[in-house]
Write a protein that binds this ligand. Sequence first.
Ligand SMILES: Cc1c2[nH]c(c1CCC(=O)O)Cc1[nH]c(c(CCC(=O)O)c1C)Cc1[nH]c(c(CCC(=O)O)c1C)Cc1[nH]c(c(C)c1CCC(=O)O)C2
Length: 361
Amino acid sequence: MATQNTFPALKNDLILRAARGDRVEKTPVWVMRQAGRYLPEFREFRKQHDFFTICRTPELACEVTLQPIRRFDLDAAIIFSDILVIPQAMGLTVEMVPGKGPHFPQPLQTPSDLARLKLPVDVNQELGYVFKAITLTRQKLEGKVPLIGFCGAPWTLMSYMIEGGGSPTLSKSKAWLYAHPDASHQLLQSITDVCVEYLEGQVAAGAQLLQVFESHAGLLGREQFLQFSLPYLKQIASKLKANLQAKNLPIVPIIVFAKGAHYALKELSDTEYDVVGLDWTMEPREARKCVGEMVTLQGNLDPCALYSPKEDIRAAVKKMAEGFGSQRWIANLGHGIYPDMNPEHLRTFIDSVHEFTQQEN
Ligand SMILES: Cc1c2[nH]c(c1CCC(=O)O)Cc1[nH]c(c(CCC(=O)O)c1C)Cc1[nH]c(c(CCC(=O)O)c1C)Cc1[nH]c(c(C)c1CCC(=O)O)C2
């Protein structure tokens, strides 16, 4: 059975309080893809190490995780890894092609290809390197901020496994949903089972908050989302929480980020997720009206707003803060930061969140 390690005492628990709906004196902020190519120190590091070698080597993953924490006044670290480590653990080869992104040399083409998957997955054996990276990073953070763990959601991972890489339409993977619904459900369930065990292992290793990335929700319509995405997202949160409780592990808050799922915001808030992430197409006040008071919202400045002059970034943050209000909000961008962003503009974003949300007493 998993046992908890002992870690340095936490000095900043703002994000954990906001996630649970406890009072905060200022709004916590972190940024999706905060460890990455927009940082010169990351680009330097990448010249020496292959992407998945960094993910698989705890000392390297830890170093990259800490880079943005050293530079900025962030309220959380997110473990450096990728959502595609799960397809790898299920037996598929994934390469990261510089300048192009992920590539699967042998994607799933027809339902008969499901036989190629290596199931069931021994999560400790296949993904134990992530657990080691989390434990090491939690030690090296010295309690400065909490450490976020994450995984890709089943539909997003299924679509990568079938498309074999990025795709503007997801037409191959969406074709499975319409032409092979049973095989699709079978695949989604297999991925879900891995996600549950993987997230549990991350908590046992020291993750203090989790995020599930359903990055490809937007290309599903509401119907397809309710059928092929939401049930698996729900299963992840409910089974995970039950397992954590049964094993006496901390029941950490969980964030669901379903990019583009504005059509199912209410349903997303009606789950065991503690936080619902918003992309930049959603209006904070409308979103709050839709989800009610019992859930924390995360987001949602358009990442491209960081291309504007610093004064405009400050104005955009002020407006965003007025829209979300001071409680039950975790500030973030509406999607990951882009590689050509000026790190100093990110600093303006982070510092102005703190400035505009600081409470009087
Ligand atoms: C869809 C997705 C992926 N990976 C991820 C998602 C979900 C978030 C989202 O919707 O953007 C999640 C992810 N990927 C990475 C992290 C690390 C933690 C962080 O700082 O957020 C996280 C949380 C590192 C990464 N993952 C990747 C990089 C860049 C690769 C490199 O260094 O060469 C990093 C830092 C590569 C990657 N990985 C993926 C793509 C599409 C790409 C190529 C596009 C790109 O380069 O941004 C798959």
